[in-house]
Design a protein. Structure first.
Length: 392
């Protein structure tokens, strides 16, 4: 146990989170069982350690443990939690809980056996905490940690402290909001860098970003999909090929029959693999209004723009990048569907958006909002695209 305390102290002492994530203030930390999901590489470990440092410092009533530790191949989490409680432990931070073979049962047992203990755990975005683990229903509160928003990236790069805006605030007051930002920074000077490498925090590391992201993408498939969904390793190459084909095709409706032939499997398996890739936050599925999986989506997009530049950099269309950024920014709190004729997307079932780069190529529709790429400050129903990066 002392080894774990020493590791915890070292990690907390050396944690220096570059940006305080907004999720820190959205979580109700009074709940006894809290799950924080997120795609690989978005900073879940740093988030746990930042919470420990901010709320507890080096107080031994809080302890961080990683389930990658070989200790847990021999000893159970339940017994470990019991020993921690006996030593006065109150908050157990468990990283990568899905590495345990019976993780949901163990969490439930800890919850029932140690009512004085609070557990905060991280897991993959592929995990379905409640749907696939009924023993956690009613006791776990689940949250999603996303990659950096453009706002967070801008704050980090410029040492500003801009706050997020709601979609209603942007639609109703975007000119004023932009004017509160422009005296301090010109967002368009940073926007392309964000689109290329700003979503994942590891752009701060002194390593090649694209190579690092490709490695992370492979881990998403090999661990987050194959391990959690219990898919045999021999099918790994098919899933990787499917992701590549979807990326090359761009944001269009998938030709499921052709994809099935290309990766030598059935149409039903292709649709399941597509769902797994979406759960892993590698792609987004955009449907017509009132349609959902298992129906075929109207278009498949990469989950964020950084993935586009890494997986197939020779064919990155600007329009596709802008639309991917828009969908990814809205995805956290809003429902995004395929737009009607003349618009790109329908948001929350009521609001039409068109994503554009220039003014003079179309006649504006007063019923549609226009998200404009090459615009610093908007007017009327024309809004700078970058401002949607302030939604979280």
């Amino acid at each position: 146990m002392e080894t774990f305390y020493r590791t915890h102290s070292y990690l907390v002492d050396h944690t220096n989170a570059p940006v305080r994530r907004a999720l820190m203030d959205e979580i109700n930390w009074n709940d006894r069982l809290i799950g924080i999901k997120g795609t690989r590489g978005v900073g879940k470990t740093t988030f746990l350690l930042q919470y420990a440092k901010e709320k507890f410092g080096l107080d031994r009533s809080c302890l961080y443990v990683n389930m990658n530790n070989f200790y847990f191949s021999q000893y159970s989490l339940v017994d470990f939690a019991g020993e921690f409680v006996r030593r006065g432990g109150k908050v157990l931070l468990i990283d990568q809980v899905f590495k345990l073979p019976h993780w949901s049962h163990d969490l439930r047992t800890c919850y029932d056996r140690y009512p004085q203990l609070k557990i905060v755990f991280t897991g993959s975005s592929v995990m379905r905490l409640k749907d696939e683990n009924p023993e956690l229903n009613g006791i776990v509160k689940s949250y999603n940690l996303r990659g950096f928003s453009f706002r967070e990236y801008l704050n980090l790069q410029t040492d500003n402290h801009f706050s997020p805006f709601s979609l209603d605030e942007i639609l109703n007051n975007h000119e004023h909001l932009a004017k509160t930002i422009l005296p301090y920074v010109h967002p368009l000077n940073y926007f392309q860098d964000y689109l290329h490498h700003g979503f994942y925090p590891f752009f701060l590391e002194k390593r090649n970003f694209s190579e690092n992201l490709l490695k992370t993408m492979n881990m998403m498939i090999e661990v987050d999909i194959l391990l959690i969904k219990q898919i045999e390793l021999k099918y790994l190459s098919r899933i990787k090929k499917l992701l590549y084909l979807l990326a090359v095709d761009g944001p269009v409706a998938p030709n499921v029959s052709q994809l099935a032939a290309d990766i030598q499997t059935s149409r039903a398996t292709v649709m399941n693999y597509i769902k797994y890739l979406a759960d892993a936050r590698l792609i987004n599925m955009v449907y017509p209004k009132d349609e959902v999986f298992p129906k075929k989506p109207a278009k498949i997009m990469m989950h964020n723009t950084n993935l586009m530049y890494s997986i197939y950099p020779v064919k990155v269309e600007e329009q596709n990048v802008w639309e991917t950024f828009f969908v990814n920014s809205l995805w956290k709190d809003h429902k995004v569907n395929k737009g009607d004729k003349g618009s790109s997307f329908l948001v929350d079932g009521t609001t039409q958006f068109r994503i554009c780069g220039e003014y003079n190529k179309f006649k504006p529709n007063p019923e549609t909002w226009y998200a404009m790429h090459k615009m610093e400050i908007g007017h009327g129903n024309h809004i700078p695209l970058w401002l949607f990066g302030f939604l979280y």
